[in-house]
Design a protein around this ligand. Structure first.
Ligand SMILES: Nc1ncnc2c1ncn2[C@@H]1O[C@H](COP(=O)(O)OP(=O)(O)O)[C@@H](O)[C@H]1O
Ligand SMILES: [Mg+2]
Length: 346
């Protein structure tokens, strides 16, 4: 099922949680909503679900305007961060619950049991149908929650930080497992997370959100390699930035041209962004960025140094080989291999 979010605004009292959000979710796609806490991810998910109504704008399921339909009419499946399994019901009863309470098209009990056991196979918990939630690990409970969400044959599957409460190792396992299930079942799935590793590894496309707006939508490669805003550049992956000046198509730090051409950037103050590891160390200091090491620490396979650059000693972080004898006050000259310039804010 395709889902189209069209110019949605959501206000809570006087607080605006979403501003003019538009998003096309393709049928069968696994899309991740990624952003810091408070950026509006859950609000957008709840609007798609039908748990909230948009203040402005509309939400389409296929060609039909679903904005005013209920959760049941939309037929969506949910999994939340905090296990919402019924404690007094067995695993099988939990999974069958959504079908059992149906007023229309309620399958016979035997069929519900058959479906529950099929779904238990799918989520790799065969044999645990008689257990109670308290007798399961956190990861197993989230698998049951997913099976329960799938039992109603939802048109869209909505997952709000479903692995957020689990430890790192289990999260990584469940991430791969979820991707496999998705590839088997082909549900249109919206996955909310604030964990970029999770979003980049899991999703077909990532929707980067900040302050109630969508900053960028793209594949993991798109948002990492060609971030379209300072926010996306610094939110995804490691980033270093330096205030610079653009003059006549060239980039300057204080009174030095640093050998970076900027034909498309207007003259004036700008910020140069690059990845700390994506640099080339240079001998000498003509036509490059040079500075003095202010701090240096060994991090696993690389060395991270903080360099003070320019007259006002702006600090910038670089990742260099451990073989480099960077001690304090050492002079280092480098050039970013890839970079992006954004006009200075304000
Ligand atoms: N029911 C509500 N009433 C008032 N403010 C809310 C409500 N729900 C969410 N908000 C606010 O909207 C903003 C976005 O929240 P949310 O969508 O939960 O963000 P996220 O899931 O990205 O952390 C937050 O500032 C939050 O406090
Ligand atoms: Mg949230």
């Amino acid at each position: 099922m395709e889902v189209r979010v069209a110019h949605v605004r959501k206000e809570f009292d006087r607080f605006t949680a979403l501003r003019d959000v538009s998003l096309d979710i393709r049928s069968g796609e696994l899309i991740a909503l990624l952003g810091p806490s408070g950026s509006g991810k859950t609000t957008l998910l709840r609007l798609i679900a039908g748990l909230e109504r948009p203040t402005k704008g509309a939400i389409f399921f296929g060609d039909e305007d679903a904005s005013l339909k209920t959760v049941q009419e939309r037929n969506v499946g949910f999994v939340f961060q905090h296990y919402a399994l019924f404690r007094h019901m067995t695993v099988a009863e939990n999974i069958g619950f959504g079908l059992k309470v149906r007023r229309h098209n309620r399958p016979p009990d035997a069929e519900i049991r058959r479906r529950a056991s099929e779904l238990l196979d799918l989520v790799q918990l065969t044999g645990l149908e008689k257990r109670y939630p308290a007798q399961l690990s956190g990861g197993q409970r989230q698998r049951v929650a997913l099976a329960r969400a799938l039992a109603i044959e939802p048109r869209v599957l909505l997952l709000d930080e479903p692995f957020g409460a689990l430890d790192a190792q289990v999260r990584r396992e469940l991430r791969r497992w979820l991707r496999e299930i998705h590839d088997k079942t082909g549900h249109t799935t919206v996955f909310v997370t604030h964990d970029q590793e999770e979003a980049l590894e899991l999703a077909d496309r990532v929707v980067v959100m900040s302050q109630g707006r969508i900053e960028q939508v793209g594949t993991a490669d798109d948002v990492y390699d060609t971030p379209n805003s300072p926010f996306v550049f610094s939110f995804i992956g490691e980033s270093s930035m330096l205030p610079v000046k653009v003059e006549k198509g060239e980039v300057w730090i204080a009174d030095r041209a640093i050998g970076i051409a900027a034909p498309d950037t207007p003259d004036g103050e700008a910020v140069l962004y690059f990845r700390p590891h994506d640099i080339e160390l240079l001998e000498g200091s003509g036509g490059c960025i040079a500075g003095t090491v202010a701090a240096s620490r060994r991090v696993a396979g690389t060395r991270h140094v903080e360099l003070e650059v320019g007259g006002d000693r702006q600090r910038v972080e670089l990742e260099i080989p451990t073989s480099h004898p960077a001690s304090e006050k050492t002079r280092i000259a480098f050039r970013p291999k890839k970079w992006k310039l954004f006009p200075a804010a304000g």
